[in-house]
Design a protein. Structure first.
Length: 181
């Protein structure tokens, strides 16, 4: 007798749920790298790998941010955010926006005020400006849901659209390498 599809020997073991288990599992999950920005008295921003397309109609995205993040006080009240998709050449920009205590908008970071006053980074693969619709508590984070207001899929750094995205995997930034048609 053969086993039915999807039925097999039950797995034994496994580690109990913990922050370490989650981090270990998600180190194996490659994710695109984005920078989220908002306008406060001074601009704020952080590197995110949790960006998700939520809906096409209306166009909406979501991302997670730690409640303990230095950006959270501004994001908690921001009406609009900037979402920037980073290119494979932007390891240092991603690291700058991930670094605690860094002056993220100081040179060499190049940016300007965009629609709704949102800080927009130069040289990115693509960008969106979004209106915050909800902030949902989720453990030690908040999930921010935002509706797309405007954007540019060509970004400001790859006019030909030939560069690849920056990825985060196994604790570091990576590129896909040559993309084949």
């Amino acid at each position: 007798m053969t086993a039915a599809y999807g039925v097999g020997t039950p797995r034994a073991g496994g580690a109990p749920a913990s922050p370490e288990l989650l981090r270990s599992v998600f180190r194996r999950h490659a994710a695109g790298v984005a920078v989220i920005t908002a306008r406060g008295a001074d601009p704020v921003g952080f590197t995110a790998t949790s960006l998700t397309s939520v809906a096409a109609d209306p166009p909406m995205v979501s991302f997670g941010v730690a409640s303990s993040s230095s950006c959270w006080p501004v994001l908690a009240g921001a009406r609009h955010v900037g979402v920037h998709i980073l290119g494979e050449h932007q390891h240092e920009l991603a690291a700058t926006f991930a670094r605690s205590g860094a002056d993220r908008f100081a040179p060499p970071t190049s940016w300007s005020a965009g629609p709704e006053g949102v800080p927009l980074l130069d040289g990115v693969l693509a960008w969106l400006v979004c209106r915050v619709e909800a902030r949902v508590p989720a453990g030690d984070h908040r999930i921010v849901v935002a509706r797309v207001v405007t954007g540019d899929p060509g970004g400001t750094g790859d006019p030909g659209g030939t560069g690849g995205p920056l990825l985060y995997h196994q604790g570091g930034f990576h590129s896909l390498g040559p993309v084949r048609d």
